[in-house]
Design a protein. Structure first.
Length: 271
């Protein structure tokens, strides 16, 4: 594990430089990975921001997990997971995505061990030091080569997006919104702000959180049940009418037989 001396932030654990990692044996690499903490300190994190921050972060994570699971795409998603780039200060973004990666549980993401860095990062800002997300992280994530970075400023109801213009670039360009939508090329989705919430779209379809999906399916099931009940009542009415019609037909046949018998009797009496 790379050791740093000097500044306050250098006292926190870091992953070794890539050249150091490449020179290690498999056993040494295992020890390094095991030694890196699966959490970050309070001093490295922004202060807690309450329900609005938590719900926005968890809602986005839940929505994307459900969507990619239904698409059967291998996408790893996590919230506030410690991330270790070679030789860089660790961080734990509100939401991260790595494409074409198995979604098993992890305690941390170490780029050298995983063989790839993050594809997408989302930070949610509600209050406090806005420069951390809107300025410092813009420079930091670009320098690490993270292709896309989005900021949901819930306090201002503002969505900002940044993208590396080409592989190997280390400076972001803004994602220009179209009709209020910010396109994430990495996720293949659009991000929008609607009614005070961050929403994801696939084409014209809004992606739902699990609770919304459950509520919609329950509503659909209730509608289908009502239709089934109405159909059952209709069939019962049809059967009731069929029974009544059969009874009337039977009564008519009996009456015809009685009349024919009476007619034969009368004919017999005239002979």
């Amino acid at each position: 594990m790379a050791e740093r001396n000097g500044s306050e932030e250098d006292r926190y654990p870091r992953a070794p430089m890539q050249a150091e990692w490449d020179a290690m044996s498999p056993e040494e690499r295992e020890r390094v990975v095991a030694s890196l903490p699966g959490e970050v300190t309070d001093a490295e994190m922004s202060p807690p921001e309450g329900d609005r921050h938590f719900q926005a972060k968890v809602g986005a994570l839940d929505t994307l997990r459900g969507y990619f699971a239904r698409q059967r795409r291998r996408v790893y998603l996590a919230a506030e997971l410690p991330v270790y780039y070679p030789g860089a200060r660790r961080f734990a973004p509100d939401l991260l995505a790595v494409l074409d990666t198995d979604a098993h549980q992890r305690d941390k993401w170490m780029v050298s061990a995983e063989g790839k860095g993050l594809d997408f990062v989302l930070e949610v800002h509600v209050g406090g030091d806005r420069k951390k997300d809107a300025e410092r992280n813009v420079e930091r994530y670009a320098s690490l080569g993270i292709p896309e970075y989005f900021i949901y400023d819930r306090g201002r109801q503002q969505l900002l997006g940044y993208r590396l213009p080409r592989p190997g670039a280390q400076e972001y360009v803004p994602v220009v919104p179209r009709d209020g939508s910010h396109v994430s090329e990495r996720l293949g989705l659009e991000l929008r702000l609607e009614e005070g919430r961050l929403r994801f779209y696939s084409g014209q379809d809004m992606l739902l959180e699990s609770e919304e999906m459950i509520a919609r399916l329950e509503q659909l099931a209730e509608g289908l049940q009502r239709r089934a009940d109405e159909e059952a009542r209709r069939m019962e009415e049809v059967q009731r009418r069929a029974v009544a019609a059969e009874r009337r037909a039977s009564d008519a046949e009996r009456r015809v037989a009685e009349l024919q018998a009476e007619l034969e009797r009368l004919k017999g009496g005239r002979r």
